[in-house]
Ligand binder design. Structure first.
Ligand SMILES: [Zn+2]
Ligand SMILES: [Zn+2]
Length: 330
């Protein structure tokens, strides 16, 4: 793995040197610190400290210049597009192939995803496929059995468990390797992140409507970036620990409508782990309002997305009766 690809992603190389015994589920603080991937840790701490200071600045009105309304519209626009780039792009399209997308849509999704400043599509997909197949085991990169903190934050600043490496090698990534859009993004991940997550989003308000550098940096680089980062992580943490399990009571993922609110429809996680190929990622758009599903529906109407896969109500009811804990109508 080149440095260019290893963007905010624990090094696999480090795990190769480690034995399973080194990865106890609850390491001592000393052991945890010894294992820390320092670049990732310092990077995330820097942005989280900046985020907290930014929130304090706005809550207590420490900067007198008002934010321009165009900047607020811009921040909301980026929240929506970047969020859907993660949920509708790297998650429901590239990882689970819940629908097919034509080249222009794949390029748009790649741009939207890059603006999130996450790590390359290739590795996101690999991690998430392993997560689904080996959920809540040592192979699961965000194994919630290791605690809330590990599932939310710790997994990204610690080396991979050796079991993840073994299982990760078995994951079929041929579809991603065959996708020139995903492979282009992998090759230029750092450049795309700098340009689309930090550069353009921050410079556009300054150049186009004379926003102050202060507001542009605080709102775009810290508040927007870290809010989306935590919203995404909440699916790995909250949605594997708290909430109900109506579709399959024997698995960890849960139903949490509040997570759907912050992730544009990803909080129906018990449903999603039960029917990962369903493009809606929920049974009830009412309970789990999904901007992502509306976006995919709109793309289908425009002819950019097609072959949308979904579970029939009969199948859902059957599965609830077999593995869930209640009737759908209760
Ligand atoms: Zn999950
Ligand atoms: Zn998934």
């Amino acid at each position: 793995m080149s440095a260019n690809e290893d963007v905010i992603r624990p090094s696999d190389a480090k795990c190769d040197e480690a034995s399973d015994a080194e990865f106890s589920e609850s390491p001592s603080l000393r052991e945890w610190i010894r294992r820390v991937v320092w670049f990732n840790f310092l990077y995330l701490v820097f942005f989280h400290v900046g985020y907290i200071l930014s929130i304090i600045t706005y809550v207590f009105g420490l900067y007198s210049d008002p934010v321009k309304w165009q900047t607020i519209v811009w921040v909301v626009f980026l929240f929506l597009t970047v969020g859907v780039g993660i949920t509708g792009g790297v998650h429901r399209y590239w990882t689970h192939r819940t629908y097919k997308a034509k080249l222009p849509l794949r390029i748009i999704l790649m741009i939207m995803y890059s603006a999130a400043g996450s790590y390359p599509i290739f590795y996101w997909v690999k991690d998430h496929r392993v997560h689904h197949k080996y959920s809540e085991t040592n192979a699961d990169p965000y194994n919630a059995k290791r605690g809330f903190f590990h599932a939310h934050f710790g997994w990204i600043v610690q080396p991979r468990h050796p079991e993840y490496l073994r299982r990760g090698r078995e994951v079929d990534m041929s579809d991603i390797i065959a996708d020139p859009v995903a492979m282009f993004e992998k090759k230029y991940a750092v450049e795309l992140r700098l340009l689309l997550c930090f550069g353009l989003p921050t410079i556009i308000p300054i150049l186009c409507w004379n926003e102050t550098i202060f507001h542009a940096v605080l709102l775009l680089c810290f508040i927007r970036y870290i809010t989306i980062w935590n919203a995404t992580s909440s699916v790995n943490s909250f949605s594997h620990i708290y909430g109900s399990r109506p579709y399959n009571k024997s698995i960890g993922p849960t139903e949490l409508p509040i997570v759907s609110f912050f992730t544009f429809g990803e909080g129906s996680h018990n449903y999603h782990h039960t029917f990962p190929w369903d493009y809606k990622a929920t049974e009830s758009l009412f309970k789990h309002f999904s901007l992502t599903t509306l976006f995919i529906n709109a793309c289908a109407k425009l002819g950019l997305a097609y072959d949308l896969r979904e579970a029939s109500p009969e199948l859902v009811e059957k599965v609830i009766r077999r593995t869930g804990y209640k009737s759908k109508n209760q």
